[in-house]
Design a protein around this ligand. Structure first.
Ligand code: NAP
Length: 278
């Protein structure tokens, strides 16, 4: 009698499905973004066949710029929701590349990474430092910034997020020029407010021309850091314009400050591939 043909069924039991095979050979990254750095980091990593990258956006911007990797949009439902997502999607590494002023999502990222036992890498661009020739008043909040503008009416150039503008209504005696990516709706309850819609990067020459043509006397800015928004700060220095600068919210934990450093760190933080099939 001939032996039972067991080899085929044996093979089927041992073989991994294409999806399982792929998950053994790739690491899954979730990048919390909404910044230029997140986009550049994703771009740098996108070509790597061993990485499966998703970029997460909050969904604040109406027409977000195109991203080099697949995106998902909207909140996770706090730290617990993000931890669930990390487990469900079998994320190997969470990268927090959100804006330095996006403090809640960064706190959630730290908490969720801890709960889901996933490595966390934080990429945060350095703050701008006061330099020779700068005339800055540093404050802790937008409300303090508005108070710091003083009692004398001034022409103010405002580059805050459109969700952060309401405190300006406490000082209706100033004339405001407000620049944002998306329209401020409803408009502020202010007698003299103009709106400019524009998206960075902003270069120094254009910023200087704009601020001079508007007759700006003082700039109200957050200390976002980075190159793309620095044109107005350099212009202020050159023109001797005062800047009321909102300091960053405090953050905990280590962070790298450049995309280059982040690329390097990613390699170190990923679990070794060999353990993945166990
Ligand atoms: P936030 O106050 O720290 O976060 C508020 C909530 O928005 C979070 O709790 C989270 O909702 C959700 N969220 C924030 N970032 C997210 C992301 N990348 N993916 C998915 N959900 C996110 O944040 P924010 O200051 O409003 O900033 C929102 C987004 O705009 C961020 O992506 C940030 O990088 C970007 N951005 C912010 C600023 C700024 O000045 N704040 C400037 C430029 C760009 P759940 O709790 O439901 O998960």
């Amino acid at each position: 009698s001939s032996p039972m043909p067991t080899t085929d069924s044996h093979f089927v039991v041992e073989a991994a499905s294409p999806a399982a095979l792929e998950s053994m050979m790739t690491h899954r990254l979730l990048i919390l973004g909404g910044t230029m750095e997140a986009r550049l980091l994703a771009q740098r990593l996108a070509a790597r066949a061993d990485l499966d990258i998703t970029l997460s956006l909050a969904g604040r911007t109406l027409n977000p710029v195109a991203q080099p990797v697949p995106t998902r949009t909207g909140g996770f439902g706090g730290a617990a929701g993000l931890a669930d997502y990390l487990r469900r999607e079998r994320i190997d590494l969470l990268v927090d590349a959100t804006h330095p002023f996006a403090a809640r999502i960064s706190a959630n990222a730290a908490e969720a990474a801890r709960r889901a036992a996933v490595s966390l890498l934080t990429l945060r661009r350095p703050a701008w430092r006061r330099q020779e020739g700068d005339d800055w008043t540093e404050v802790g909040s937008v409300a303090e910034a508005v108070a710091a503008l003083g009692a004398t009416p001034r022409r103010v150039f405002v580059t805050l997020g459109r969700q952060e503008l309401r405190p300006l209504e406490a000082a209706p005696h100033h004339a405001y020029v407000i620049r944002s990516v998306d329209p401020v709706e409803p408009p502020l309850a202010l007698p003299d407010a103009r709106y400019i819609l524009d998206r960075g990067p902003f270069d120094v020459q254009r910023e200087r021309a704009l601020l001079e043509s508007l007759g700006i006397e003082v700039i109200l800015s957050k200390n976002s850091g980075g190159e793309a928004a620095h044109g107005k700060i350099a212009t202020a220095r050159g023109l001797g314009l005062p800047v009321v600068m909102v300091a960053r919210p405090p953050v905990s934990g280590d962070a790298v400050t450049t995309v280059e450093e982040a690329v390097e760190k990613v390699a170190h933080l990923l679990p070794p591939m060999a353990r993945r099939g166990e």
